[in-house]
Design a protein around this ligand. Structure first.
Ligand code: T3D
Length: 263
């Protein structure tokens, strides 16, 4: 598939996926959804890829659904938005969560509506200091989707989640970091280089161990302690058989830096 609405670059273990409709603040239309779906399916089977960096082109990260595709007005026939979520947003969020490698979201500008929740579906979220997060849904008569009602209360607690969802206020990157919505805000001038450094660090980490930590943390959200201890046992058993575990211990004993290969 050739891409018109995203950019995908793969090298040195790093896949960079850039939403690329800057004139619409990288909002999603069906074609961009199809391209992102295709790219994520490729990355899921490309063993050379050890980290995915998701970002946006231009001054925004993603403004959610492209509303010019909807262009509904009072009196028009109702749209089935559930169909759009089933076809596009649900598979997108589930594909990101299922990737067995770290997904670093580099929020370079405003993230609104499903664009904000797309970021929250990623594993580590950093934002440039001038970026912002807006649960814009209520402004157009909708409720948070794309996992917003799942991620928000877990990340920031119910009280703040409710206010963000109902008021739709803009949350700056610093405040988002302070309340635990994202990992870190970074000065705009240093953003690109710090994202690169983080991506390189994740790409040289023991990928299977990171993938297992991701799967276990996700499972913990609905498990009992006993069930979670079983999950940890099973995943640790698999990791104990990995090359990277043997390399990690050997490097520790030899007092040298480990060279992990993601196997
Ligand atoms: O429908 C379904 O399938 C159900 C699923 C829904 C999921 C959702 O995401 S619903 C929520 C949709 N998103 C929004 O409601 C956000 C709409 N955008 C905004 O509120 C503002 O653009 C921002 C707060 C994000 C940024 O504001 P600002 O002032 O920095 O930029 P701007 O001037 O509003 O936008 C710049 C351009 O991008 C502008 O185009 P123009 O006038 O220069 O030709 C604007 O129309 C366009 N744009 C921004 N967001 C969207 C968009 N065009 C289409 N759809 C957008 N979502």
């Amino acid at each position: 598939m050739t891409y018109s609405h995203i950019l995908l670059a793969i090298g040195d273990g790093i896949a960079r996926l850039t939403l690329n409709r800057p004139e619409r603040l990288n909002s999603f239309n069906d074609a961009m959804h199809a391209e992102v779906r295709d790219a994520l399916a490729l990355l899921a089977i490309d063993e050379s890829v050890r980290v995915l960096v998701l970002t946006g082109a231009g001054r925004g990260f993603c403004a959610g659904q492209d509303l010019s595709d909807r262009a509904v007005a009072p009196g028009d026939a109702p749209l089935d938005l559930g169909a759009s979520i089933e076809r596009n947003y649900k598979p997108l969020v589930l594909a990101l969560r299922a990737l067995p490698l770290p997904v670093l979201c580099a929020v370079n500008g405003v993230a609104a509506g499903a664009g904000a929740n797309l970021a929250l579906a990623c594993d580590i979220v950093v934002a440039s200091r001038s970026a912002s997060f807006i649960q814009a849904f209520a402004r157009i008569g909708l409720m948070p989707d794309s996992g917003g009602t799942y991620f928000l209360p877990r990340l920031v607690g119910e009280a703040r989640a409710m206010a963000l969802a109902m008021l739709g206020d803009k949350l700056g990157a610093d405040e988002a970091a302070a309340c635990g919505l994202i990992h870190r805000a970074i000065d705009d001038a240093a953003f690109a280089s710090e994202v690169d450094a983080l991506a390189r660090r994740l790409a040289s980490a023991p990928t299977r161990a990171l993938g297992a930590a991701k799967a276990a943390l996700h499972a913990s959200l609905h498990n009992t302690l006993a069930a979670q201890l079983d999950v940890e046992r099973d995943l640790q058993r698999e990791l104990g058989r990995s090359d990277d575990y043997r390399e990690g211990v050997a490097a520790f004993m030899a007092k040298r830096a480990p060279l992990f290969r993601g196997r």
